[in-house]
Design a protein around this ligand. Sequence first.
Ligand SMILES: [Zn+2]
Length: 203
Amino acid sequence: MAIDASAAHGFRVTRRRCLGSLAATVVAMVYPCYGGPRWLQVTRHAAVINSTPLKAALKIQQSDFEGLRKHGEETYPYECCGVLLGHVHDDAREVRVIVHAINVRYDSPRTRYAISPAELISIRRQGREKGLDIIGFYHSHPDRPVQPSTTDLTEAYWFNCPYVITSVRKGKADITNAFVLVGSNEEDKHFAQEDIQVMTDSK
Ligand SMILES: [Zn+2]
């Protein structure tokens, strides 16, 4: 199932409302892939939900897997981005819903992406209403290799969380891989590739 959160909720959640109604931990969780304003960086670095690497595979249904790849084709030559909602088990992360997001990196959308704090909080709220958590993110690399860029690593803050990347060549989705952000702090964080298990649709 794919949801276009921006179409459903737009940007009605204002920053004031976000800060006023949600706990500081939520503030720290926004901007998963963007440096953001300096005042956010202090708290965001505390957003290490679980720094223990999970030996797992990312399980995703065929329609969702194809959906996030297609999203990269639709936004070509710009990067797409979105959120993976689901559950984390002992041996797997299970994607139940992918949510398309708007790439607000308007200065360099061909090579970078960012999800606005308002949209991310809206997506998180949608997930909770369905009993789902944010368990990962996805984006595309138009005419670039599937490997995470230096910027991807610098701007990633969700430890033990997979970042799925699809290389899109001349408008067609090519390779899709998942990379989990591991490490115990900003200095030693790095990406480790994780298997993607594409499951037969059960929806
Ligand atoms: Zn990237």
